[in-house]
Design a binder for this molecule. Structure first.
Ligand code: GLU
Length: 302
């Protein structure tokens, strides 16, 4: 039986604590918070800290400080992904048991070098929507026992989704409901083309679960109905839809918003201290100034 709580729309802001939040994060957080408030929904904060090399406690503390300063409030306890590694590992084991993932032994640097060499020789190497060279498919059918022996001997590897096998399981074309828009104005029912990402990584030794796998598992576990985030993740939604379909998870509605331009017209970066929310605060700006700044860039805040 559905309860009043289960009918509420559920929004989330899901930053990674690997740098200071900037104006683009303020926009995502404010939109999620305000859209939830406008419909009597819930607003959750999730800390995406599965990459131990990049996640730092001081950045997590800064997230709480900056969001509270912006006047946002979120439900507690906050879900921290690092506390749920067993949950993600179980899902990965399920995909392994279905033969949908395989261990890949090439590093990203090796793939980049191969692609560069091919391109230098006048050849072509397919690239994903972010411009990274696709992982070659040659290891898909390596002898599994031999691969496991290499892993047991300490070989660096990542578990990768066999994109062709995964797509072959889909009963029809995948799409998602886009309530915002993509970088090329895509909106409404958007066709998902996960094959553009090739054999995506689902875990690697230094980060037990990839962003893609953790995000779909958590959105489902937390009952997220609405994903509101920057357009930089628009194309990644195709991979999320595929993983949701493979894992039998519901698809939320998506609303991708435009990116806040940096001072030099480039993308804002978490490593630039001057454009961080805290830098605005230290220079005497108020939360209302942040909202006015975002509205000045043309973003409609609700
Ligand atoms: N953790 C991701 C980031 O900080 C965002 C995840 C999402 O909103 O889906 O870029």
């Amino acid at each position: 039986m559905e309860t009043a709580l289960s009918k509420k729309r559920v929004f989330r802001f899901a930053p990674s604590p690997n740098g200071l939040l900037h104006l683009g994060h303020a926009l995502s957080a404010i939109l999620n918070h305000d859209l939830a408030a406008a419909c009597g929904g819930r607003f959750l904060l999730r800390i995406e800290d599965v990459d131990p090399a990049r996640s730092r406690p001081e950045f997590e503390a800064a997230i709480y400080r900056d969001l509270a300063w912006l006047g946002l409030d979120w439900e507690t306890p906050v879900r921290r992904q690092s506390e749920h590694l067993g949950f993600y590992a179980e899902a990965l084991e399920g995909l392994k048991a279905r033969g949908l993932v395989y261990p890949g032994f090439l590093s990203r640097a090796e793939v980049r070098a191969r692609a560069a060499a091919r391109e230098a020789a006048g050849g072509a190497w397919p690239r994903d929507p972010d411009g990274a060279p696709l992982y070659p498919t040659e290891e898909r059918d390596l002898d599994r026992q031999a691969a496991l022996a290499r892993i047991a001997a300490g070989a660096q590897h990542a578990w990768r989704l066999d994109m062709d096998k995964a797509l072959a399981l889909m009963p029809g074309p995948l799409d998602w409901r886009e309530e915002g828009e993509g970088p090329d104005g895509e909106t409404g029912a958007v066709a998902a083309r996960p094959e553009r990402w090739g054999d995506v990584m689902l875990s690697r030794p230094d980060a037990p679960v990839s962003y893609h796998l953790a995000v779909v598992l958590d959105d489902a576990a937390q009952g997220i109905t609405d994903v509101v985030r920057g357009q930089d993740l628009f194309h990644a939604t195709a991979v999320h839809r595929l993983l949701q379909a493979l894992l039998g998870l519901p698809a939320p509605r998506y609303r991708h918003h435009g990116l806040v331009p940096g001072p030099d017209g480039k993308k804002l970066s978490k490593s630039n201290r001057d454009t961080g929310i805290s830098a605005y605060r230290e220079r005497g700006a108020s939360p209302a100034d942040i909202r006015a700044l975002l509205a000045g860039y043309g973003f409609v805040l609700h």
